[in-house]
Design a protein around this ligand. Structure first.
Ligand SMILES: [Ca+2]
Ligand SMILES: [Ca+2]
Length: 346
């Protein structure tokens, strides 16, 4: 099965230096710290025991929970009581090992591996930087000096894709790390093959919260960022880059890395804040026509959840179940992955 390249539009950063190309990557300042052209450095301490969890999903009964959070970022509120029906969910982020099995079985090629259709940009060809028409994806490249501008640490890297997550000069993918650099359609194709689907935002947040009260604290059992983002990452939690799945303790539902490691895609379209008038039972999120992100005008963003290993207290406190941001569905990045849910057997 080979699908066409994404139907989604792309944006071009007019007037920006070619290395500062990613207003389409407004992913909350949580990005991938490893350089594209060198081996990522594993942190020295503390030692963590990493055992890949089972691929067998966890079955969650339906329930009621407080969705959203009112005391951190405005796009997470208003918090309200929501009910979700029961479902099954993966214990860990989809790994490269799992995605490789899909590719082996189907011959699937991801969007990041295909040439870019200039028509997706919606501008004359001579206004598109030529390197952005090459197959590739967005990779974090840490700046030399402190910065608060995400365009200073994201780079479109031709040749970056799930097989070469740091670009063509970097290492190959590692089997037990979460797969990254996938567009929404790539994730949906994998989900179809596996017999699952992407979770709604409500399902994902219900599973991630696991009955715990909302908190603003940086968690210890999640791969996030210690130090001054984006230039200094001490790796005190054991990793200063993506961790293999299962290196941190699971939540009360037995789910690993819901918060941190890589952001996780949901099926909901994104709009800033929750609609207080939306259905309180299995809320579907905004309609496609209502999808909107002020920092990505012209796109129909999807919601990603839980922050990544680049979320730091000084910039992106999104290492929480309620954390959310809009994501360009047409293009992957080095810190965005996913996991699947499955409808309960009848
Ligand atoms: Ca970390
Ligand atoms: Ca995660």
């Amino acid at each position: 099965m080979v699908m066409a390249r994404s139907r989604y539009a792309r944006s071009v950063p007019f007037g920006a230096p070619l290395c500062l190309i990613v207003p389409l990557l407004a992913i909350g300042g949580c990005s991938d710290p490893a350089p594209a052209d060198s081996e990522p450095r594993p942190a020295a301490a503390p030692e963590r025991t990493c055992a890949t969890p089972s691929d067998e999903p966890v079955s969650l009964p339906g329930g009621r929970f407080l969705m959203g959070q009112d005391d951190v970022y405005p796009e997470e509120g208003p918090a309200r009581e929501v009910t979700v029906s029961g479902f099954r969910i993966d214990r860990h982020e989809v790994t490269n090992r799992q995605f490789a099995a899909f590719v082996e079985a189907t011959g699937y090629r991801t969007i990041a591996e295909e040439p870019v259709d200039p028509a997706l940009f919606g501008v004359p060809l001579d206004q598109i930087p030529p390197y952005m028409l090459k197959p590739g994806s967005a990779v974090f490249t840490p700046p030399d000096s402190p910065s608060a501008h995400y365009a200073d640490w994201w780079e479109y890297v031709p040749g970056a894709n799930w097989r070469k997550p740091y670009g063509p000069a970097g290492p190959d993918y590692r089997a037990d790390e979460p797969v990254v650099h996938l567009a929404y359609d790539d994730m949906a194709a994998y989900a179809h093959w596996r017999g699952g689907r992407l979770p709604t935002e409500a399902e994902w947040e219900y599973a991630a919260r696991a009955g715990a009260a909302p908190s603003t604290e940086q968690p210890t059992e999640a791969n996030s960022w210690q130090g001054a983002f984006p230039v200094q990452n001490s790796g005190e939690d054991g990793f200063d880059r993506i961790a293999p799945v299962g290196c941190y303790a699971p939540n009360a539902h037995g789910l690993h890395d819901m918060v941190g490691n890589v952001w996780e895609m949901t099926s909901d379209f994104y709009a800033p804040g929750h609609d207080p008038d939306a259905p309180a039972e299995n809320p579907p999120g905004p309609s496609e026509n209502a999808a909107y992100d002020p920092v990505q005008p012209g796109l129909r963003p999807r919601v990603i959840k839980g922050g990544s290993y680049l979320c730091a207290p000084n910039y992106c406190r999104r290492y929480r179940p309620a954390a959310r941001t809009g994501r360009d569905p047409g293009m992957g990045a080095s810190n965005v992955g996913f996991r699947l849910v499955y409808d309960e057997r009848r």
